[in-house]
Design a protein around this ligand. Structure first.
Ligand SMILES: Cc1ncc(COP(=O)(O)O)c(C=O)c1O
Length: 388
C-alpha cells in the first residue's frame, strides 16, 4: 500500500502542545510528576449554576437531538447581550453573531471561507500558531508582521503598509495579545482599520483574553461600528473557565456571518443543546464572576513573577491575560533549549516563546492556570537545581 497524504498536510506540523503533552505524559508514566506551566487551560471550575444548567438540561429526555447550525436564538441573544454589557457594542442577535465550537475552529472557518490559493494573510510574529496553520491548510500565503518589545508589542503601521499587496485578503489581530500580554494601542488600531478599508482587507480580532487581568475589556468592533472590515472571535474558554466545553462566537456583519455559515454548516453541526443552555447561564454572570477569578489570577501572577526572578527572566508587570511573557537571560541562546533545560532537570514545563514565531525566540510564556501550592513547588524545584 502506498497511500499519500494530501499536499496540504505537509504545510503543517502536529500542534506543538499535542506533541509536547505526549512527551510530558511519558515522563509522568515513569513517575516524574511534571509541573505543567505551559498551557492556558483554566484549572478553576465554571460557576456552579452553569454546571447545573448543563446537567438539568441533559436530564431532559428531549434535549439530545441535532441542533440548528446557528445555535438556538436564546444563545445568540445572550451572546449579543453579553457584547452589549461587556463592551457596549450593539449586535443584531439574529444576523450578526455565530456560536462556534471554540474560537479555534472559527479561525479555520474564516480561512476556508475567504482564502483562495495564494491569497496573502497578515499574521503576527509572535502570534498564536493556529493563524499560520489555518492559512496554510486553506492554501493561503502567510505574510508575517512583527511585534517588537521595543514598540510595546504594538503593530507597526509603516511595516503593514509595506507588506500589503494586491493579494492581501485578511489580517489576524489579537489584542489583548497572546503571547506578549500587550493590550493594544487604540490609536494604532484605529489607523489600521482605515488602512484595511482603503485596501479592502478583512481584519479579524481574536479576543479571548479581554476579561482576564484586564481593567478595560474592549472589542475592536468599537472602531468599526458598521462592521465593514472588522470581525471578532470571542470565547468562553478563559473568561468562564470552560475551555473543554468548546464555546466560542464570531461577531461580524450579516453578509460575513452568512458566508462563513456556508462553510461551517458543511463541517459541523450545532452544539449540544445542554451546552447551549449552560452557555446562556454563563453569559448572564455579573461582573463579580470575573472579579473573583481575577483576584485568584492576581495572586498567582505574583508567584509567577517570583519564579521568573529566580530564573533571572525580565518581564513587564503591566501585562494582561492569562500568562506572563518574559525575556530569558542574555546568556541563554534560545527559549527552546531553556524550556528543555528546565523540563529535564526540574520537571517544570514552561512554554518556549519560539513556538509563537521567530520573534519569540528569546522569550518564555508562563501560564497562570496552576494554584499557589503548585507554583511554590515549581519554585522549590528550580531553586534546588540552581543550587546544585
Ligand atoms: C490567542 C488565542 N486564540 C484562540 C484560542 C482558542 O480558544 P478556544 O478555546 O476558544 O478555541 C486560544 C487558546 O489558547 C488563544 O490563545
Amino acid at each position: 500500500m502506498n497511500i499519500q497524504t494530501a499536499n496540504r498536510i505537509n504545510t503543517v506540523n502536529e500542534y506543538y502542545f499535542s506533541k509536547k503533552m505526549k512527551e510530558i505524559d511519558e515522563l509522568n508514566k515513569v513517575g516524574k510528576k511534571v509541573i505543567n506551566l505551559g498551557i492556558g487551560s483554566p484549572d478553576l471550575a465554571p460557576e456552579l449554576g452553569v454546571v447545573k444548567a448543563l446537567t438539568d438540561s441533559a436530564n431532559a429526555f428531549n434535549n439530545h437531538a441535532y441542533q440548528s447550525y446557528k445555535g438556538i436564538p436564546e444563545l445568540r441573544y445572550a451572546m449579543a447581550n453579553w457584547y452589549n454589557s461587556i463592551y457596549e457594542i450593539a449586535i443584531d442577535s439574529n444576523h450578526e453573531v455565530l456560536p462556534l465550537i471554540g474560537s479555534k475552529e472559527g479561525i479555520m472557518h474564516i480561512s476556508m471561507t475567504y482564502l483562495n490559493e495564494g491569497d496573502e494573510v497578515l499574521v503576527p510574529n509572535p502570534g498564536y500558531p493556529t493563524y499560520t496553520s489555518a492559512t496554510n491548510l486553506a492554501g493561503g500565503k502567510v505574510v508575517h508582521y512583527n511585534l517588537d518589545e521595543s514598540n510595546d508589542w504594538d503593530i507597526n503601521l509603516k511595516e503593514i503598509e509595506q507588506l500589503i499587496s494586491a493579494k492581501t485578503k485578511l489580517m489576524w489581530v489579537n489584542y489583548p495579545n497572546m503571547p506578549t500580554g500587550a493590550n493594544g494601542n487604540w490609536n494604532t488600531l484605529k489607523q489600521l482599520i482605515a488602512l484595511a478599508k482603503s485596501n479592502n482587507i478583512l481584519i479579524c480580532n481574536d479576543n479571548p483574553y479581554s476579561l482576564t487581568l484586564n481593567d478595560t475589556p474592549k472589542s475592536l468592533l468599537e472602531l468599526d461600528p458598521n462592521k465593514k472590515v472588522v470581525m471578532e472571535l470571542n470565547s468562553l474558554s478563559k473568561s468562564h473557565n470552560m475551555a473543554g466545553w468548546r464555546l466560542g462566537m464570531l461577531v461580524a456583519n450579516q453578509s460575513r456571518i452568512d458566508e462563513i455559515l456556508k462553510f461551517k454548516s458543511n463541517m459541523d453541526s450545532g452544539m449540544f443543546l445542554p451546552v447551549q443552555h449552560a452557555a446562556i447561564k454563563a453569559l448572564e454572570l455579573g461582573k463579580d464572576w470575573y472579579k473573583s477569578n481575577n483576584l485568584i489570577y492576581e495572586e498567582r501572577r505574583k508567584k509567577v513573577w517570583e519564579l521568573l526572578d529566580v530564573i533571572k527572566c525580565k518581564y513587564s508587570k503591566n501585562q494582561v491575560g492569562m500568562f506572563v511573557w518574559a525575556k530569558i537571560p542574555e546568556s541563554i541562546s534560545n527559549s527552546t533549549s531553556f524550556s528543555d533545560l528546565l523540563l529535564y532537570n526540574t520537571k517544570v514545563f514552561i512554554t518556549p516563546g519560539s513556538i509563537f514565531g521567530s520573534k519569540g525566540g528569546k522569550f518564555i510564556r508562563v501560564s497562570l492556570c496552576n494554584n499557589i501550592e503548585t507554583l511554590d513547588e515549581a519554585i522549590t524545584r528550580i531553586k534546588k537545581f540552581i543550587a546544585q
